[in-house]
Structure formats: structure tokens, C-alpha cells
Design a protein around this ligand. Structure first.
Ligand code: HAM
Length: 426
């Protein structure tokens, strides 16, 4: 028999690391909730054309990395490679843009890209994302950057750098694109790069190969060609960031792998991840709505990679506190005791405490080992003879002190002790 493994480029989350992922996801979301972002959830697959038009046919994401298939109804469907296009589609479909603006939304989930797997680069990965739609106020661009910084700080992650750029807009980008294309046409580029320079010249600036980096060192920069509106927008973003005490790196060559960006673009990078240094990224996309058939609707957003954030935390050696999973562990010995234990565990859980029990016939020694391993503060040991005497043994696992408690008082006594402990916690 063949045994199955998770598909190439994917991984399973199992405890206790799974719990760390949940905590990280929650920490990335918490600042968004405080800032009035509402939860949105869209399908994990969409019409292929949404991504072709929204993300752009000449991007690697669309041209090489999409999981696309024809469904049984003959529709071309694609597993979402990113979240922005789907969220904007949902906003337009539900008319949220006709209500109060800006529409601020957050989301979290699985994304799929057929990339070459390596450390920190997966085919199935997880993002937390945020989008603010319906306003071109540069305060929103800055707000989003601040919220990401807050999330990283709350997690205890210290090595994140912010790279910031403006990519201009429909007024100034065409002239820049032409200037860059002319410059690239004069370089001795290989055929594939030359083709790319024709199709998507900005991407060539992002080529990681040192020989290409050297060739484009003198390329014209968008910063020198921004129109007045884009320049002042960018200035205000920087003023707001400076006002919030945030330091960033001006990155005039920063381009992103998705075509919808205008004006502000940024990336959050971390040194502990090897080649895949981006833990998050985003920017403004003022023309995307029109591209997918909607009205003019400016927007700005980001997505933070949950997997890469966890890797960055591990690289820094930051421990993420996970919930204590068990407070009371019940060890019944004998059939009658098992029935009583089952009810006690259910009662404790219904009262809001984490309780667990030993299952099957494990013997006292093995059961106490499980109790220790559970991390519980208290164990309740009860045998059939105890039951006959109407008592159970309550053991404090921190100091091994054991007291005999009347059966009908066990639950309340445990709850009192746990409540007292909780109140004493800082
Ligand atoms: P992105 O830069 O393509 O932007 O992805 C955002 C983050 O997702 C990356 O910085 C990285 O942490 C994580 N990520 C991307 N691909 C992978 C992968 N193959 N394996 C592991 N992690 C990965 C977007 O997706 C845009 N939708 C962000 C945005 C929202 N822009 C505006 N609004």
C-alpha cells in the first residue's frame, strides 16, 4: 500500500505548532479590529478571469502560478492566489461601496500559488489581509502600515524592516514606463529578460540576479518622475508615518509581483527567512475596481504571511504564549468511577474550565503520567471504592498535595480554587 504525504509545497499544522499559528493569526488581526476593520470571507476559488484581469496576465502569479481547472459545469476556476481581487469583487457585488466610506475589511485564509517550494515559500500558504476602499486619503496608507507594525510589535517580533515606494498613477506612470523601457532596450539582456522588459518593464528592476542588478543600477527611477498629486500623496504618507514614530527605508526600486498597484507600495521584510524575506506587503490600487468592471473606487491594503511570520518568530527565538490546554485532569479507576468522571468533566467544561480525563484502562501509574503531561493544575483521582465512600481525591499537581473531597462538592471546590488562581494572575 502506498502511504500518502501532504502534497509538495504544503505542510500540515499539528499541535503544538498549530496553536502557535492560531495565536499569530489572532495577533495579526487584533490591531485591525481596534481600527474598525470588519471581517469578510470570500470563496477560496473564483472565476479565473477575475485574477487574469485584476492581478494582471503578465505577472508570474497569473501566468505561471495559478491552480486553474475547468469544473464540471465547464467554467474556468482558479484557487485564489491572493485576496484583494476577491474581496473587491465581493464589495462591488454587495454594493458596500454605496454605503459609508471607507469600507474597511479584514480577512484571513488559505492562498495557493504553484511556486517552486523552498524555505518560507509554499504552494499553500496562509495570509491575514486588510483592505480599505473608497477613499484616496493617504492617512489610510499610513494607518495600514502602522497597524502591521503594531501587530509585529505585539508579537514581539523586532527584526522587521519597512520598504516604501510610490509607483505613480495613470498620469505619471506611462511616461516612466516608456523611459524605463527605452533604458532597458539599450542593455545587453538575455532573451527572457528582454521579453519581460517589453511586457512588464518594472519587474526587471526586481530581478534578483546580481548581473541584472548591476545592469539596471542606473535605470530611471519613478521617484524622479512622479506627478504633483502622487508626490504630495507620498509626502503625506511619510509625514504620518514619521508622526507615528515609524522608521522606514525609501526603496525606489521596490516593485511588487501584482499589477494592480498605484502610488504607495510597501513590503515588510525580515532577515531571518533566507531568500523569502517578505513577511508581508501591500499598497494602493486605485484603478483595480475599474479593471474588474466596477466604478472608480480607490483602495489600499496589505497581506501578511502567517507562515512566514511564524518562521520569523522562530528565527528570532520568540516564544508565542499558547493557551494552557488543560486545568483539571480526571483519573477514574473502575467502571462506576468512569461514569462519574465523565459527568464531572462535562460539568467543568460547561462551566468554562478546561478539563480532560484518561480514556481506556491505563492503570494508575500511566494515568498519573498523562495527568502530569496534560499541564493541568489539579487532578481528580477516583476509584470505585472512593465512590462507595462518597469521596474523590483532589490532587494539586504543582505540589502533589492531596485532599479527600466529598463527591458532590468536587466540582464546586475545583471551580473555587481555579477562580482564586485566575484572580491572582496578573
Ligand atoms: P503578496 O506580496 O503577493 O501580496 O503576498 C503577501 C504576503 O503573503 C507575502 O509578503 C508573504 O509573506 C506571503 N506569501 C506570498 N506568497 C507566499 C508563498 N508562496 N508562501 C508563503 N507565503 C507567501 C498580496 O497577496 C496582496 N494581495 C497584498 C495586498 C492586499 N495588496 C493590497 N491589498
Amino acid at each position: 500500500m502506498t502511504t500518502f504525504r501532504a502534497p509538495k509545497g504544503t505542510f500540515d499544522l499539528v499541535p503544538p505548532r498549530g496553536e502557535v499559528f492560531l495565536q499569530v493569526r489572532e495577533a495579526l488581526v487584533a490591531p485591525l479590529r481596534r481600527a474598525g476593520y470588519g471581517y469578510v470571507e470570500t470563496p477560496t476559488f473564483e472565476d479565473t478571469a477575475l485574477f487574469e484581469r485584476g492581478v494582471g496576465g503578465s505577472t508570474d502569479v497569473v501566468s505561471k502560478e495559478m491552480y486553474t481547472f475547468v469544473d464540471k459545469g465547464d467554467r474556468s476556476i482558479t484557487l485564489r492566489p491572493e485576496g484583494t481581487a476577491g474581496v473587491l469583487r465581493a464589495v462591488l457585488e454587495h454594493g458596500l461601496h454605496r454605503g459609508p466610506l471607507p469600507v474597511k475589511l479584514w480577512y484571513s485564509g488559505s492562498y495557493y500559488r504553484y511556486e517552486r517550494p523552498q524555505a518560507g515559500r509554499f504552494r499553500h500558504f496562509s495570509q491575514v489581509g486588510a483592505e480599505a476602499l473608497g477613499s484616496d486619503d493617504p492617512a489610510l496608507d499610513a494607518e495600514l502600515i502602522v497597524l502591521a507594525v503594531d501587530a509585529y510589535r505585539d508579537l514581539g517580533l523586532s527584526g522587521v524592516r519597512i520598504l516604501l515606494n510610490s509607483l505613480g498613477d495613470a498620469t505619471c506612470r506611462p511616461a516612466y514606463r516608456t523611459a524605463l523601457k527605452d533604458f532597458l532596450a539599450g542593455l545587453p539582456l538575455d532573451d527572457a529578460t528582454r521579453a519581460r522588459a517589453e511586457l512588464n518593464p518594472l519587474r526587471v528592476l526586481d530581478d534578483k540576479r546580481p548581473e541584472v542588478q548591476e545592469l539596471v543600477a542606473d535605470a530611471p527611477l519613478i521617484a524622479d518622475m512622479l506627478c504633483e498629486d502622487c508626490r504630495s500623496h507620498h509626502e503625506i504618507v511619510k509625514q504620518r508615518l514619521a508622526g507615528a514614530g515609524i522608521t522606514w527605508i525609501d526603496a525606489p526600486r521596490l516593485v511588487r509581483g501584482l499589477d494592480y498597484y498605484t502610488r504607495t507600495t510597501f513590503e515588510f521584510q525580515h532577515g531571518g527567512l533566507g531568500a523569502q524575506s517578505a513577511v508581508g506587503g501591500g499598497g494602493r490600487y486605485d484603478g483595480l475596481s475599474e479593471t474588474i468592471g466596477g466604478p472608480a473606487l480607490p483602495g489600499v491594503g496589505w497581506a501578511l504571511g502567517v507562515d512566514r511570520t511564524v518562521l520569523a518568530l522562530e528565527a528570532e527565538g520568540v516564544e508565542v504564549a499558547t493557551h494552557r490546554e488543560c486545568q483539571v485532569y480526571v483519573v477514574p479507576m473502575g467502571d462506576a468511577a468512569r461514569a462519574w468522571a465523565f459527568d464531572l468533566v462535562a460539568d467543568l467544561r460547561r462551566s468554562g474550565w478546561a478539563a480532560d480525563q484518561v480514556y481506556g484502562d491505563r492503570g494508575l501509574k500511566g494515568s498519573m503520567k498523562s495527568a502530569d503531561r496534560s499541564g493541568a493544575t489539579f487532578a481528580v483521582v477516583v476509584g470505585d471504592r472512593d465512590l462507595e465512600h462518597g469521596v474523590a481525591q483532589v490532587k494539586d499537581l504543582r505540589n502533589a498535595e492531596q485532599t479527600e473531597v466529598a463527591l458532590d462538592a468536587v466540582a464546586n471546590q475545583l471551580i473555587d480554587m481555579l477562580t482564586a488562581l485566575k484572580e491572582r494572575q496578573p
